[in-house]
Design a protein around this ligand. Sequence first.
Ligand SMILES: *Cc1c(COP(=O)(O)O)cnc(C)c1O
Length: 278
Amino acid sequence: MTAYMDHKDLANETIDDARARQIADGVHRVLDGIAEAESASGRAAGEVRLLAATKTRDVGEIMAAIDAGVRMIGENRPQEVEVKSAGLARLCAERGFALGAIVASGSGQTGAQSPLTPLPFHLIGQLQSNKINKVLPSVTTIESVDSFELAQKIARRAAARGVTVGVLLEVNESGEESKSGCDPAAARDLAARIGALEGLRLEGLMTIGAHVDDEATIRRGFAHLRETRDAVLASGEPGTAECRELSMGMTNDMALAIDEGSTIVRVGTAIFGPRAFI
Ligand SMILES: *Cc1c(COP(=O)(O)O)cnc(C)c1O
């Protein structure tokens, strides 16, 4: 267990009105910012989806974001997925949403018969192979796949459960050593090999923007991810036809990422405020 989990009850479902309003304001500001960036970039409204990055936030805080208009969430740590999933799924079902791959207990409804609207649940943080089984019952997509070996292991576990898991290939476009992600030069071939695996659905590529002030450097990484995605799609290789998503852009570089073609922005701080832990 990570230390901060001892300090905060992440399964807590009740937050006060002031905190709920703060989060709602954050969601509205971010959604407005996305719409402005789409328009400034000449992109169609609604092309870019908001994923709320919910690490260190409790169930009550996450539901406040969903009540304010968030329609996709992403967690970093398998332990947090485990602690929050049941509460989130139940409260989502009450509001008409089916969270991730979770079959809400008591709903008695699954798959095509479900009257619930899907609300995607992604894993956006590093995944060790011994934690795959912790996240598969909950998440629809794993964004942090950065090696063929990890993809193979996820594929095997998915096949054993009879499910198909969405994956994004994470690319370390900035080359910063602190970051996970595959070598940008290897991304195209790796994407094709991963897309061919049974049990996985290759949905796109993901990167974390360079941690620098220079806009041109940040843009270059995003642009390269887009070029790689276009090359993967154009390759016609088996399993690459759905590789459309570009998950790039966070609180500080969202507008740049949208201008470079992002389809999913992952935003935490601008919605929930600064993190108290980590
Ligand atoms: C925390 C996190 C985010 C969101 O970061 P903010 O700067 O708080 O918006 C996005 N992506 C990943 C992988 C993260 O870990």
